[in-house]
Design a protein around this ligand. Structure first.
Ligand SMILES: O=C(O)CCC(=O)C(=O)O
Ligand SMILES: [Fe+2]
Length: 464
């Protein structure tokens, strides 16, 4: 048995871990920085010039049909004359008020084409926009759903064009938001301004690298406006976003299992907020004076069961999970994926995925995990309440009136966000003694960040 095992309780001593004053408030402030995400996501994606062709035609009367002539515009080098030719076939853009389309140039001054009259080579699924929406915008169970984008309009804003503050008209109860893609035509001004609650975000599109698109996707309750375009032409595609399966073959569908990890690069908008909050805590010498460990439940579900490698998963983290990993790396902290096992009288962390199926155990499960899989005990129950009023934790003395013989703790983890049941796997076939046992219920994958003491935050925590 190792020195941290339950028999230590008998020799009475203490191993006191001191995380510093107001630790709960500090951990809570870090949680707010990662858990409260703004209601939008945005990014810039470089594309091949061949993806940036726009085909359009002059709208014809409904039902007229026939052989019509189309033009092809290369958006990477469209001239003002070419843009004006596009404007000439466009209609004046309306907007929805109480389920009616209204034309009011004092509210919206722009031109538009309906999807029947244009086509682009842009593939928003392949360009990673659908993944960005799934991982950077959708939260919780929403991120596990199938959703689709329905192309709605091509909008053209010339000099003096704008669109005053509005919320998009919901088209059906499955619609959850909008996607605006700004195409790479030269313009100045035309900032897209998003507002939600007291917060406001500005989204400039006039300094995007050539041959790149920039996009913003936001929930339906986000008010937005397009500031006046000062020169050139601002060209946007708008999409309505819906949960569920699409009946329309033209819609772009994102299913939760279709991962495009390699193409996906953008981080959600709270990446900077989280990193600066973490940096602020690290700069505070009263925060984890002995060093310590921070734990985060995974926000997203990964196709993990089919390939239980924690290293591989580290490289394909998405959304808020990627934000945590990236911020830790940037600040020189070690951040790893671990599996947290809940055994009968201990919560045990392992740095690999133990295969427990069919294991026969003579000892307690936590002892088995310690001995065979480098497991470390970090709590005696999930509802760990071993922190005293003054913030101290005695890692050693674990007995209480109901359990006189609990394992002492090897380490303590401050859970910033709760462990989640996505990426959990059950182990039913563990055999304990002669009886089939359910004493290991599940393992959950989580992120564990090691923080060194002040002055050497990148080092290991001081062991107690
Ligand atoms: O073109 C844009 O940037 C936004 C357009 C918009 O808000 C809309 O079409 O409802
Ligand atoms: Fe809008």
């Amino acid at each position: 048995m190792s020195s941290n095992s339950s028999s230590d309780n008998e020799d009475g001593g203490e191993r006191i871990y001191r995380p510093g004053p107001n630790i709960k408030e500090k951990v809570e402030s870090l949680k707010a920085a990662i858990a409260d995400r703004p209601p939008f996501c945005t990014g810039t994606v470089p594309l091949a010039a061949s993806d940036l062709l726009l085909f359009y035609r002059k709208p014809i009367d409904e039902g007229a049909g026939g052989d019509t002539v189309a033009r092809c515009l290369d958006l990477t080098k469209a001239t003002d004359v070419e843009m004006q030719r596009l404007v000439d076939v466009c209609g004046v853009a309306t907007f929805g008020v109480n389920h009616e389309e209204v034309l009011d140039p004092s509210y919206r001054s722009a031109w538009k084409l309906d999807p029947i009259n244009f086509a682009t080579k842009l593939n928003i699924l392949h360009a990673g926009l659908m993944d960005s929406i799934r991982y950077n915008l959708l939260s919780g169970d929403q991120g596990k759903q199938t959703f689709f984008a329905e192309l709605y309009k091509l909008n053209v804003y010339g000099k003096g064009s704008f669109f005053k503050p509005h919320k998009d008209t919901p088209r059906g109860d499955k619609m959850f938001g909008s996607l605006v893609v700004v195409l790479p035509t030269a313009h100045e001004g035309g900032t897209l301004i998003l507002r939600h609650g007291d917060a406001e975000w500005k989204f400039e599109s006039d300094a995007v690298p050539p041959s790149s698109i920039t996009y913003a996707a936001f929930y339906g309750d986000v008010e937005h406006e397009v500031a006046e375009v000062k020169s050139g032409f601002r060209l946007t595609l708008t999409y309505n976003l819906y949960f569920g399966e699409s009946l329309d073959s033209q819609s772009i569908v994102s299913t939760p299992t279709a991962h495009k990890a390699a193409l996906f690069t953008s981080l959600p908008p709270h990446a900077e907020t989280f990193q600066s909050k973490l940096a602020e805590l690290l700069a505070d010498n009263t925060f984890l004076p002995m060093g310590g460990r921070l734990g985060f439940g995974l926000f997203h579900e990964y196709p993990f069961a089919s390939d239980p490698s924690l290293e591989r998963l580290t490289e394909v983290l998405k959304g808020s999970d990627a934000v945590i990993m990236q911020a830790c790396r940037a600040l020189g902290l070690t951040c790893v994926l671990n599996v947290c096992y809940k055994a009968y009288d201990a919560v045990v962390l392992c740095d690999s995925v133990p295969n427990l199926d069919g294991e026969y155990m003579e000892s307690d499960v936590w002892e088995f995990l310690k001995e065979e899989f480098r497991g470390v005990v970090l709590a005696n129950s999930e509802s760990d309440n071993s922190m005293k009023e003054n913030g101290e934790i005695d890692l050693k003395n674990r007995s209480d009136r109901y359990h006189y013989d609990r394992p002492s703790l090897d380490i303590y983890v401050h859970w910033v966000t709760k462990q989640t049941s996505h990426n959990a796997f059950e182990s039913h076939s563990v055999t304990y003694g002669n009886e089939p046992s359910m004493s290991v219920d599940y393992g959950r994958v989580c992120l564990i960040v090691s923080v060194g003491p002040p002055g050497s935050r990148g080092a290991k925590p001081v062991d107690v």
